[in-house]
Design a protein around this ligand. Structure first.
Ligand code: NI
Length: 163
């Protein structure tokens, strides 16, 4: 069990397009343990592998007090009209911006035994599924902002104490 340091904006690993997991070995099991251990704090709703330095496709969730994870997640259902939703990211500390997110979403993947997993939800769960899937494609939510908001986000990043 290990609580990992969270990588922040500027770390190239956050821009990595992650590779699918083909063999579930000890390395993958350790990554999942780290993802679950590191997400299990108040104020942490989701954590993608890149955020703790891995580059295989997996993320953990911490929603309604419950920690879960999925390997090789793929968004399979996006429902409703996208709405501006307040969003932040552990890798971009202290920033908070509205992002267009579908109100309902589902992800398909597998668990550590290779069995199919389906995670479906609305509200925060739907938002987290979309946000974490973006991470695995090397994308941070600020890249989804309109030009003006993105400029403001970059300004806040440049003047932040952690950057
Ligand atoms: Ni994030």
């Amino acid at each position: 069990m290990a609580i990992r340091e969270i990588r922040v904006f500027g770390d190239p690993v956050l821009r990595t397009v992650c590779t699918p997991i083909e063999t579930i070995d000890d390395g993958v099991r350790a990554m999942v343990q780290d993802l679950c251990d590191t997400v299990a704090f108040d104020g942490r709703a989701g954590l993608a592998s890149t955020q703790i330095g891995y580059t295989q496709r997996a993320f953990s969730l911490h929603i309604d007090g419950e920690v879960s994870y999925v390997l090789n997640p793929e968004l399979c259902d996006l429902e409703g009209e996208p709405v501006p939703t307040g969003e932040g990211c552990l890798s971009v500390p202290d920033l908070w911006f509205d992002v267009l997110r579908y109100p309902r979403a589902a992800v398909r993947g597998i668990d550590l035994d290779g069995n199919p997993v389906l995670i479906r939800g609305e509200g925060l769960m739907a938002q987290a599924l979309q946000h974490e899937c973006d991470h695995l494609d090397g994308k941070l939510y600020i890249s989804r902002l309109e030009r003006e908001a993105r400029g403001e986000a970059m300004r806040q990043i440049r003047t932040s104490s952690w950057f």
